[in-house]
Design a protein around this ligand. Structure first.
Ligand SMILES: [Zn+2]
Length: 296
């Protein structure tokens, strides 16, 4: 069963993808998106389905309440672990009601604000966070949840995607000075999807340094004599390691069928670790929808 830390990481990565996508598609006004994101963060870090662990060993979210975690002990007494509390969306509603009960001394009995669009957006974000938690509990593996969620995101965004790149290639990886961790050859394949401005999402695997990456890129078009090329400098967070990663990639030609070399580095987070370097080479196919050309 996934632990609390895994739940938070999965929610953080997939939530970032989902909300970036919604922002890119301008699906909702910014204030509703913010309220939804706030609900998602609250549902991920403060009030999770594992509040049913109050008084029975606790959870990461409960720890964040400090001494106030005592407020959740009655909830933990009523709901057994992974029982009704984990039955989506009923379990989510029990926690929302319990939150309202806790807040009632402060809020009074005026509850008309509950039906306001921002409050509903908050609840929607909260429901999404819980949905991912229960999904991961049920599927038991990050890979399966990420694959499922990536497929959903790609389906939603495919229609609106202005540009989609698919790449596949070979790679070798290693850590300087630690020859035993050298891995070669390995292959990787995945899609890359621009969101808005410099932001893009990339999913790639299987690879020691990659997974689902949300990243910002700086794109330059070097003046090569004959063909147009795209230089990509990106920093992201890969769920595979999980570590921040840096990427340098040259794609040429920039559109259609092309090839690329790329250098990736997974940044160590602990003092005694060494950075992991991954060198990749492969083919890419960039789809650019023609109507974006017309708009310019
Ligand atoms: Zn759980």
């Amino acid at each position: 069963m996934p632990d609390g830390r895994t739940h938070e990481q999965v929610n953080l990565i997939l939530g970032t993808c989902a909300f970036s996508l919604l922002a890119w598609q301008k699906a909702f006004p910014p204030e509703l998106l913010l309220a939804g994101a706030a609900g998602f963060v609250a549902g991920t870090f403060l009030v999770t389905p594992d509040m049913d662990q109050a008084g029975k060993g606790g959870s990461r979210a409960l720890k964040r309440w400090g001494p106030l975690a005592l407020l959740w002990v009655p909830y933990g007494l009523v709901f057994r672990h992974r029982g009704l509390s984990h039955l989506w969306p009923l379990g989510t509603l029990t926690r929302l009601l319990y939150l309202l009960l806790l807040a009632s001394p402060l809020l009074g009995l005026k509850l008309d604000w509950l039906s306001s669009p921002p409050a509903l957006a908050f609840v929607a974000g909260f429901l999404l966070a819980d949905f991912l938690h229960v999904l991961l509990d049920g599927m038991g593996s990050l890979r399966r949840v990420a694959a499922f969620f990536a497929a959903v995101l790609l389906l939603i965004s495919g229609a609106k995607a202005r540009q989609l790149e698919v790449f596949a290639g070979m790679e070798g990886s290693g850590q300087l000075g630690v020859s035993s961790t050298l891995l070669f050859p390995a292959y990787h394949v995945g899609p890359s999807l621009p969101i808005e401005g410099p932001w893009f999402l990339e999913a790639s695997g299987p690879s020691p340094a990659m997974g689902a990456t949300a990243a910002a890129e700086a794109v330059g078009a070097p003046a090569l004599p004959s063909t147009k090329a795209r230089v990509l400098v990106a920093a992201g967070y890969a769920s595979g390691t999980p570590r921040p990663s840096l990427e340098l990639k040259l794609v040429s030609p920039a559109e259609g069928l092309g090839g690329y070399p790329a250098l990736l580095s997974a940044v160590p987070l602990e003092a005694d670790e060494r950075p992991l370097y991954v060198f990749q080479a492969g083919v890419s196919f960039s789809l650019t929808r023609s109507d974006t050309e017309e708009k310019r």
